[in-house]
Design a protein. Structure first.
Length: 345
């Protein structure tokens, strides 16, 4: 039945179809769980073929994805129904997914938010940490489109910041939602040479402690790298920003902006752009929703808080922030999934 015709069905008919769709999904979930349980038992055998186990895990997930996408299509954008199905799916599969370090973190949010600094650090290291079925779920997680993109994003950020540091003398730099500060460690020689002063902000005290301990081993001079617990949402105030931080030469953030509503983000981008010295630049990254599937993040794990935005949506946001298009250049990371905007002051 076509969507237009389906909309004309009486409530009882629609309810009956919903029950059938839910039953089909339940059957797919039970089949999926059974396949993973079988693979969990097989993976305990030291003679089992790791390649075959990995392929079988990926195949089971792909089949589950097909069933979930069919359910979403049948639900016709009933977001409450779809969300409830996603929650039920995770509850029914948690005993298995809890065996995966990465899947479990992305489901239970041990730091209180998705994509915490330790999860990102693990994605950067790109090494499974679990055993049996958990090992293969770890490997699947690390191979997903956005996990690959996060690693490529780090490399592109390194490239962009290197270019900025090489062309500036004693720049003041602001890193918003700094997380594990991978790039600050990797850029140590260039940062030292430019005599940059970097302030790293994050709302997670544990992330700041982790990063500060890591930076201590990089040989920076005293005061060159500063860490501060700060809620970046407060940075929508231009007056407060200048008072708190002073004008900057480079402001950057990767990942954080994807979690903010359009109105909030437009206000934040405007305020950050005004915090720049003349000739300064704002570097911001965004996930391009056309280049990844949501199943891995909305069903397998509880990671749907980042907004689905297209490249056109991103340009619209910069327009709402009153940042002239002629001041903006863009570049994609190596995966093609992450789009960087660089806005000059």
């Amino acid at each position: 039945m076509e969507d237009g015709a389906a909309d004309q069905r009486d409530p009882e008919s629609r309810a009956g179809q919903r029950q059938k769709d839910s039953a089909l999904l339940d059957t797919a979930i039970e089949r999926f769980r059974g396949r993973l349980e079988h693979l969990d038992r097989k993976s305990a055998d030291p003679l089992a073929d790791p390649g075959l186990l990995a392929a079988s895990t990926a195949e089971a997930i792909t089949d589950m994805c097909t069933a979930a996408e069919s359910f979403e299509k049948a639900a016709r954008q009933d977001t409450a129904l779809i969300k409830a199905a996603q929650v039920a799916f995770r509850e029914k599969t948690q005993a298995l997914f809890a065996k995966s370090y990465f899947m479990n973190r992305a489901r239970i949010w041990p730091q209180g938010y998705p994509g915490d600094y330790l999860t990102l650090e693990g994605v950067y290291q790109n090494s499974a940490r679990s055993k049996n079925i958990g090992l293969y779920l770890d490997r699947y997680f690390l191979s997903t489109t956005l996990a690959v993109a996060v690693r490529a994003r780090r490399d592109k950020l390194f490239e962009l910041l290197t270019s900025e540091l090489q062309n500036r003398k004693e720049p003041r730099i602001l890193d918003i939602a700094c997380g594990p500060c991978h790039e600050v460690v990797e850029l140590a020689p260039t940062i030292k040479k430019s005599n940059a002063r970097i302030t790293c902000l994050d709302f997670d005290s544990d992330a700041l402690t982790f990063s500060e301990n890591r930076i201590a081993q990089a040989g920076y001079s005293s005061g060159q790298i500063a860490f501060r617990k700060y809620n970046a949402i407060k940075m929508i105030s231009e007056e407060r920003n200048e008072k708190e931080f002073g004008l900057q030469d480079v402001i950057y953030s990767v990942g954080f902006f994807d979690y903010l509503s359009d109105d909030m983000l437009a206000r934040l981008l405007r305020a950050l752009h005004h915090l720049l010295n003349p000739g300064g630049c704002l570097v911001a990254s965004f996930k391009d929703s056309r280049r990844y599937r949501t199943f891995d993040y909305h069903w397998l794990v509880n990671w749907d808080a980042f907004l689905q935005r297209t490249e056109e949506d991103m340009w619209t946001l910069f327009g709402k922030a009153d940042i002239p298009a002629e001041k903006i250049t863009t570049a994609r990371d190596g995966s093609g999934v992450i789009l960087f905007f660089k806005a000059l002051r």
